[in-house]
Design a protein around this ligand. Structure first.
Ligand SMILES: Nc1ncnc2c1ncn2[C@@H]1O[C@H](COP(=O)(O)OP(=O)(O)OP(=O)(O)O)[C@@H](O)[C@H]1O
Ligand SMILES: [Mg+2]
Length: 362
């Protein structure tokens, strides 16, 4: 008897998807130890829900905490990083809720890859260079499958996963990572992430470092894979055009915290945090003259010495004295269903004027 679990959920499953978030993150805090008695608060009070089969983009400049959040969600932080507060609740297909922050290492081993998987930033180095792709996929299956898994099943599942990202298993399984192009490696990593048909897939900068044509292939593939596998997706990107194309919802992060959240449509048509507006303005439009791209003056604050008040205040055109007094909380602005409510952490949200534009992939 074949033990292969079908890697696709039935097409009519969507309507019966439980109306509970796959992931509920509340007041998540992460700190990195940077020296004796010294800590950097890399995440501060991050809260959000992610519903089944939806996709969320995490955007923001380098160093704002995107990768840290992705790693924390899967409890994959490096040893110097630590979850110092808050909760991460994961709801499985069986409807059972589990607190990810309280899982033991053996519980984590069973949960990771089978229920929640991550495609790491810097795909070029994410594979072990001394093992073939096939060996690495087999290891992932053996280590994380919920049952003993035969060699035949390993071959079947690896082959199926590679074919789903349009790679030829007979060639790729026996290849070492350096024998594959960047785009093939990225696709093989996505295939590895999907091996155990997880309910949640986190992708960290899945298209960075790929040429434009290869980026296109990976983006089309992700859209297609979502249709087939119906996983919930969080993708981390500094590329807002990618977010506009693939995400149902966007979270803008700044200095380790969420400064705006809303549906992709709301965020791109009428951002209500000046930082999001600036990020969107820094993306080239599809039509019209080559624009003067608005770069954002200044740099993000050091997380070790955050100024009081709004962390964006030193770079903000709308700043007033009140901004420097207290850090604004997320203010709900437009109520939408489920997690789509548009909210911004800015006391001047009604003064953010944004010229609507259709943006192109850079
Ligand atoms: N291992 C570490 N030790 C100490 N500090 C770290 C470590 N990793 C990240 N940080 C700090 O945490 C903050 C967030 O880093 P993170 O890598 O999550 O940002 P990011 O948004 O993913 O940036 P990028 O767009 O460059 O990938 C940064 O200030 C960074 O310096
Ligand atoms: Mg990162």
């Amino acid at each position: 008897m074949s033990t292969t679990v079908p890697s696709t959920r039935p097409a009519d499953d969507r309507s019966s998807a439980p109306d509970a978030p796959v992931l509920s993150v509340r007041d998540l805090e992460v700190a990195y130890r940077t020296g004796k008695n010294q800590r950097v608060r890399a995440l501060r009070g991050v809260s959000f829900d992610l519903y089944p089969e939806t996709s969320l983009a995490l955007v923001g400049e380098s160093g704002c905490g995107k990768t840290t959040l992705g790693l924390a969600l899967l409890r994959l932080l490096p040893t110097l990083g630590e979850i110092t507060g808050g909760s991460i609740e994961f709801t499985g297909e069986d409807g059972q809720r589990r607190d990810v922050t309280a899982m033991t290492s053996s519980q984590l081993r069973r949960w990771r890859w089978s229920e929640a998987a991550m495609v790491f930033q810097g795909a070029q180095n994410a594979f072990n260079p001394v093992l073939t792709v096939g060996q690495q996929m087999a290891d992932t299956l053996r280590d994380h499958a919920t049952h003993r898994i035969s060699r035949r099943e390993i071959a079947e599942r690896s082959g199926e996963a590679l074919r789903s990202v349009r790679l030829e298993p007979s060639r790729v399984l026996s290849s070492y990572p350096h024998e594959l192009s960047g785009g093939m490696k990225q696709r093989a990593l996505i295939a590895t992430g999907l091996l155990l048909n997880p309910r949640l897939l986190v992708l960290d900068e899945p298209t960075t470092a790929l040429d434009i044509l290869t980026q296109r292939t990976v983006i089309d593939l992700l859209a297609e894979l979502r249709e087939i596998h119906r996983f919930a997706m969080i993708f981390i990107s500094h590329d807002l055009a990618l977010a506009a194309e693939l995400a149902d919802r966007v979270i803008t992060m700044y200095a380790g915290t969420v400064v705006e959240t809303g549906s992709t449509r709301d965020i791109f048509s009428a951002p209500r945090h000046p930082y999001t507006s600036k990020l969107i303005n820094a993306v080239p439009p599809v039509k019209g003259d080559l624009p003067e791209l608005a770069s954002i003056p200044g740099a993000p604050p050091s997380l070790a010495t955050l100024p009081p008040g709004c962390p964006f205040a030193p770079r903000c055109e709308l700043v007033t004295d009140a901004c420097r007094e207290a850090e604004p909380a997320l203010i709900p602005l437009e109520q939408r269903e489920r997690d789509m409510t548009h909210a911004a952490a800015c006391i001047h949200h009604d003064q953010v004027h944004h010229e609507r534009k259709v943006i192109a992939r850079a």
